[in-house]
Design a protein around this ligand. Structure first.
Ligand code: ZN
Length: 433
């Protein structure tokens, strides 16, 4: 069931050519692609709707956009690269003097071969992005600028996949899906999230209900929060997923709370090989989930943080920059974090007076990690969770969880009542909620 790094990478490459934005057909096509792999419920939020302190903008769609010389030679063409057009550019069709055109161009003098990524969602404007060396070659006195776009009443689309578990308490994974042809930011996280949802659905049992949200950055998360206060209140653990395909080791940015279980789980899994950052109200949608009114325990898992790598928000963030082995490693990290979320429970030793006789129960020579068995029996007093026991004993969490399962099977452990709080016999929420 676990896809290879190459399979994850091919999903990134498949989505790369679509021109996504915070609204529009490219975003819908991306969500339809995801819906071809996992059950996805799509929501359309109409233009003009008030969402928290924001308003859903007009829907933006583009057919063609180019800058041409007076004799019709196209010097910048949206058909060549989605990044050439500033997102949310208004329609234009006229001859523009070069000096005026220059005010609408964006390039990177320090990275003269790369096309930058620019947006203007909330300020009506137009513009083109191009390699600086191509910009230096523009010598005509005037150019024909044509942008055949529409900014019209429509809707903003987001998608959700809910994988139900025994509890209505939820784990949220959220990935932004509004960037056009940029691979690490954030197609890598989309591909990894889809694979994680498939893996979770294939598990025989899930303690928690898992919700995967694919929404445009900022405004999409705000739309979801505005419409899903009840679901938000059920979130016990969450991660924003971004930039999961570059070669750097994983980075975890803590939730606003800083001491939530997810903060501990991510730090434990990343161990010495990863990097831990404190929360800040910047970055991705962790700042919406972690706004003070919601204050959800949602951190952010990434490899290179946005803005810290040379390819960030440029045409160099393409499928070649994303490594199959990094995608596979990111999925492995998430799988390990999910194992902690699922199994970090509190147990109680049912025979706490003296050491129970393991041999009589077939546990002494069972091939189990005997040290892990002894540590679990000793610390399973209802106050230490399995992660507490793993950290104190120096055994791996997997070994401690396996020992607990074997001891529970033998009747030597029962779940401590504290860990059962919030369990509900009611059915899991529907994705349409
Ligand atoms: Zn970005």
């Amino acid at each position: 069931m676990t896809p290879t790094g190459a399979e994850l990478h091919s999903h990134v490459a498949e989505l790369y050519p679509l021109c996504r934005s915070i609204t529009g057909e490219g975003l819908r096509a991306t969500l339809r692609n995801i819906a071809g792999r996992i059950p996805l419920h799509l929501s359309e939020v109409p233009t003009g709707r008030r969402v928290l302190d924001w308003e859903v903008p007009p829907e933006w769609n583009v057919r063609t956009a180019f800058v041409a010389t007076p004799d019709g030679r196209r010097v910048i063409d949206f058909a060549d690269h989605n990044l050439h057009l500033v997102q949310y550019s208004m329609p234009v069709d006229r001859i523009v003097p070069r000096a005026e055109l220059e005010a609408h161009l964006h390039s990177l003098p320090d990275q003269p071969t790369l096309i930058p990524y620019r947006t203007s969602y909330y300020t009506p404007s137009w513009g083109f992005c191009l390699a600086h060396r191509n910009r230096m070659a523009l010598k005509e006195d005037a150019y024909h600028v044509r942008i055949d776009s529409t900014l019209a009443p429509g809707s903003l689309t987001y998608g959700e996949c809910v994988v139900p578990g025994e509890s209505v308490q939820e784990v949220l994974f959220s990935a932004h899906c509004c960037h056009p042809s940029l691979a690490n930011d954030n197609l890598a996280a989309i591909a990894v999230a889809v694979a994680l949802a498939q893996q979770l659905a294939a598990r025989p049992r899930r303690r928690f209900t898992y919700r995967f949200l694919f929404a445009p950055g900022t405004i999409g998360a705000i739309c979801w929060l505005a419409a899903n206060r009840a679901a938000a209140a059920r979130i016990r653990h969450g991660l924003v997923l971004t930039c999961l395909g570059d070669p750097a080791p994983p980075t975890y940015k803590k939730s606003r709370r800083g001491t939530a279980p997810i903060d501990r789980y991510a730090a434990h899994v990343l161990g010495g090989g990863g990097r831990i950052r404190e929360f800040s109200p910047t970055g991705y949608d962790e700042r919406q989930f972690g706004s003070p009114g919601f204050d959800l325990p949602v951190g952010c898992l990434m490899r290179s943080p946005g803005g810290t790598f040379a390819e960030y928000h440029t045409s160099a963030d393409n499928p070649d920059f994303v490594r199959p082995e990094a995608l596979a490693d990111s999925l492995g990290v998430l799988t390990d974090i999910v194992d902690l979320i699922e199994h970090d429970e509190h147990w109680r030793n049912t025979a706490p007076y003296g050491e129970p006789q393991l041999g009589r129960r077939g546990l002494y020579d069972s091939g189990q990690d005997r040290m892990a068995l002894l540590w679990v029996l000793n610390l399973a007093d209802g106050r230490h969770s399995l992660l507490d026991i793993a950290e104190r004993s120096g055994r791996t969490f997997a070994a401690v969880a396996a020992a607990a399962a074997a001891l529970a099977e033998a009747g030597l452990l029962v779940r401590a009542s504290a860990s059962d709080e919030g369990r509900s016999p009611s059915p899991p929420p529907s994705p349409a909620e």
